[in-house]
Design a protein around this ligand. Sequence first.
Ligand SMILES: Nc1ncnc2c1ncn2[C@@H]1O[C@H](COP(=O)(O)OP(=O)(O)OP(=O)(O)O)[C@@H](O)[C@H]1O
Length: 430
Amino acid sequence: MNDNLTPKAIVAALDAHIIGQRDAKRAVAVALRNRWRRQKLSPELRDEVTPKNILMIGPTGCGKTEISRRLAKLADAPFVKVEATKFTEVGYVGRDVEQIARDLVEEAIRLEKERRRLSVKDKAEAAAMDRLLDALTGKGSSQATREAFRQRFSDGHLDATEIEIEVEQAPTAAFEIPGAPQMINLSEMMKQFGGGQQLKRRKLPVRAAWDKLVEEEADKRLDQDDVTRTALADAEANGIVFLDEIDKIAVSDVRGGSVSREGVQRDLLPLIEGTTVATKYGPMKTDHILFIASGAFHVAKPSDLLPELQGRLPIRVELKGLTEADFIAILSDTKASLPAQYQALIATEGVEVSFTEDGIAAVARIAAEVNGQVENIGARRLQTVMEKLLEEVSFDAEDRSGESLVVDGAYVDKQLASIARNTDLSRFVL
Ligand SMILES: Nc1ncnc2c1ncn2[C@@H]1O[C@H](COP(=O)(O)OP(=O)(O)OP(=O)(O)O)[C@@H](O)[C@H]1O
């Protein structure tokens, strides 16, 4: 883990993307640093220190998921988001919550492969190119033909062409034999019994085929056992699970599905307290996973959760609903803000879009108004408003190359005011 990720540095990095929510940022920063601190302890003490899981309380669209996801990215940690209500749906049984741990391992494997692919990139690309040219020109084609196609591919002339390639079959689902220490993976088993890897012909656009072949060739060059070993350890020590809508499985809330909400809490408990889950890569201990639970808690209160679960979520942070002023800051002061994204996208067509201060203020005002009148969906409203605002130029950009568009207060009013004033209409459009 990166030594430089001190709580202050983490908060500063989060500040670049998320406006306000100081308490939540500080809490996740400390939780992450505690993991680094734990690694420095003696082995005996290290096992004793369990993560202090966090309960984020705040309305929808105020940054709960965003803070957690950014934190995971910063730490290069495996991250999964799960809706707690998913486990109240018909057809779910208690053991299904263990899937959370399995998903975390899959994510850790994806990350670990991504880290290692770089080291085998050159060789993998060379082998992938051979296979791609075989598919394009036929095996044994002349060097000159191959070179001509290689050049056309590099120049992007073949991107839209479809070709048929042989790729490895996606692994079949693993299943669990009761009492067995780990899941059984059918395709692995067949490989071991001499069945070899199953190949399948697939028709793909050349660009997608290229990506698939490079991935396959890179994977061949990675030590899969070592990847899974490292990934499993990474998921155990650094995994972060974001459990959304935890308030909806609290008991006083009358909504919910067929499986009792208290039952779901009981199923989740061992996972959060620390248990061993069978995965197809071997047993995984959940003791040191960091859980960030979140909910609006409009109806239920944290005290409506099972006492054991409350105890396992000792750090409580409240996130505030976002105001019009926050919206202005989100639009103007965050890294890769929405206006900057639209600007860059439309610039690719040769149209220069710029936003004035009063243009931004008008977008923020309309977003706040619609949130107040229709439904408060927090900063998500900025996305729908911006999309509508720039719909016209996004569609026409190809014919307007060389033009520039100034998005000021007047332009925003012209595009949006009539919609925003009509609550029925904005319910559908914004
Ligand atoms: N404080 C904030 N600063 C900047 N952007 C924000 C902020 N809050 C939310 N956003 C943006 O709004 C969108 C939704 O936010 P997020 O997913 O974090 O919501 P949430 O609080 O987790 O809500 P829910 O409980 O419904 O999942 C994201 O695209 C995020 O970038």
